[in-house]
Design a binder for this molecule. Structure first.
Ligand SMILES: Nc1ncnc2c1ncn2[C@@H]1O[C@H](COP(=O)(O)OP(=O)(O)OP(=O)(O)O)[C@@H](O)[C@H]1O
Length: 418
């Protein structure tokens, strides 16, 4: 009889994986690029006690093979870096990877709680209380801070990419859109014009790209007339980025990421950097609070126009959270909270007053603790085994939709220790 694993997943180390030695129990999700399985390593873990998430990309199924493979390899690289730097508790890390002529696959810790979009839809009124928003935002700020310190812009922050771990703490997923701001790139940028954005017409602003380079170099004024080479770095390959949605609230992923989360500087086609993540944090905070994003229009054009022109609307009395949102949704990236002082500036906002940043993982009662539904009450694995290679052979049939995860949600939370 296979027994139920302990509540907290043990620290996993998978040195090598081979698809032939893995057993999958179900499909956890499907993205544009790959399929994510709940898997076990039969050789090292014959009792199937230590599940992990295995993302598998079938090379022949990729529309834009070169670009998609590049993105997959980049994601593996980011996850490997995260593993090497002793993983942040709110970021995943690479457990192992595998490649042959047909597949690219990599393993990361399993998050049984699904994503924040699913979780929000399970709440009364489909919104989180400000205390819950604070809990999750604090962890996400720490995750983004860690990535930015590594020189990586995440560029795909949205509830669907925030997963709930067994412990109830969150972790980011999906790094294929992320991008490194490398030193040579920064040097190139330094030779450009650093005039501050003024409130100018969009076309004029387009000429004044800028980056925050103070993290690596002191920002010095430079009179070089040549403008920055425009980066269309948020653009992704024509590979569709539509993510399978398991609940209401599905939204489309476009050539610039997810439309409702795209920042004004990206819409304008200006170069962009870390501040795009702080913009997305503002959209995320708004959606967690109100259950909708602030600039959503009837179509992409209207959404983008709203992103550029419209101010976010707030219901009811203004408070610390609405102030934070407003400051993150500053259209001019150079005036946006986090632009000058990075995550530190956001952590100091009054909404986070009292948060003990070093003790976030010590918070014993996160808002929701997922139930391990792949195990029945007697501790047996409830689902059958799935042959991964066979799954891809049969892929012509539509993928099955995984059930929503189960949660034990606390009715009331105490944030006194938080
Ligand atoms: N570690 C994990 N634990 C549990 N489920 C996961 C994990 N990683 C991914 N998933 C599930 O698989 C889905 C797809 O994963 P992911 O977003 O990484 O794939 P993708 O192909 O990169 O998607 P996209 O089209 O957004 O690029 C996620 O939305 C999530 O539901």
């Amino acid at each position: 009889m296979e027994k139920r694993p302990p509540q907290e997943q043990r620290q996993q180390v998978l040195t090598d994986i081979d698809l032939d030695n893995l057993r999958a129990t179900k499909v956890l999700g499907k993205g544009a690029m790959g399929t994510v399985f709940l898997a076990y390593d039969q050789t090292r873990d014959p009792a199937s006690r230590t599940p992990f998430a295995l993302k598998v990309v079938e090379k022949s199924s990729l529309n834009n093979k070169f670009e998609a493979e590049r993105r997959a390899r980049w994601e593996i690289q980011v996850l490997a870096k995260l593993a090497a730097c002793n993983a942040n508790p709110f970021l995943p890390h690479l457990l192992s990877s595998f490649e042959n002529s047909d597949f690219l696959a990599w393993a990361v810790p399993f998050c049984p709680g699904g994503d924040l979009n699913v979780l929000r839809h399970r709440q009364t009124d489909r919104v989180f209380s400000p205390a819950v928003v604070r809990f999750y935002l604090a962890e996400i700020v720490c995750a983004l801070e860690h990535l930015h310190d590594m020189g990586i812009v995440y560029r795909d922050l949205k509830p669907e990419n925030i997963l709930v771990q067994q412990s109830g703490h969150v972790t980011l997923t999906d790094f294929d859109l992320s991008r490194s701001l490398t030193k040579p790139r920064i040097e190139t940028l330094l030779s450009s014009n650093h005039r501050r954005y003024e409130h100018q017409p969009v076309n004029a602003q387009r000429k004044h790209n800028r980056r925050n380079m103070s993290r690596w170099f002191p920002v010095v004024p430079n009179n070089d007339k040549k403008g920055l080479k425009k980066t269309n770095s948020a653009r992704v390959s024509p590979v569709g980025r539509r993510k399978q949605s398991f609940v209401e609230g599905e939204r489309s992923n476009s050539f610039v990421g997810t439309e409702e989360y795209v920042s004004p500087e990206v819409v304008r086609g200006d170069g962009h950097e870390f501040a795009v993540d702080w913009w997305a944090l503002g959209i995320l905070s708004y959606e967690m609070l109100y259950g909708t994003t602030p600039f959503k229009g009837k179509n992409r054009k209207e959404t983008f126009r709203n992103v550029l022109m419209k101010q976010p609307g707030f219901v009811g009395k203004r408070n610390d959270l609405t102030d934070l949102i407003e400051r993150l949704l500053e259209k001019d990236p150079t005036r946006r909270l986090g632009y000058q002082g990075g995550a530190g500036e956001i952590k100091e906002h009054v909404f986070f007053k009292g948060v003990q940043w070093e003790l976030l993982t010590e918070v014993s009662r996160p808002p929701c603790i997922p139930l391990r539904d792949e195990f029945d009450t007697t501790g047996n694995v409830t689902t059958g085994w799935l042959d991964i290679k066979e799954y891809f052979q049969n892929l012509r049939a539509p993928p099955s939709i995984p059930p929503s995860p189960s949660y034990e949600c606390q009715k009331k939370m105490s944030f006194t220790e938080f």
